[in-house]
Design a protein around this ligand. Sequence first.
Ligand SMILES: [Zn+2]
Length: 84
Amino acid sequence: MRARELKRWLAEAERLTPAQQEQVLAKLQGQRSQGLVARLLSDRVPTKCPHCSDTRIVRHGQAAGVQRFRCRGCGKTFNPLTGT
Ligand SMILES: [Zn+2]
């Protein structure tokens, strides 16, 4: 969005009812927390297998936008949240 558009949009936003302002706020907060979860996931590279604790981990594609890993010890796959 261009700066001028944003300015106009913000001026319009002042005319929102309190209930509408709540809706906008809830939407923005939802997007922020989604971005946070994605960032947390991408930063987390497991150091050991949650199934057998083997440390030989290889990247194994993605599922639903989340990196998956495969254990060379037990052959099971997992993502950074498995077992948390
Ligand atoms: Zn394993």
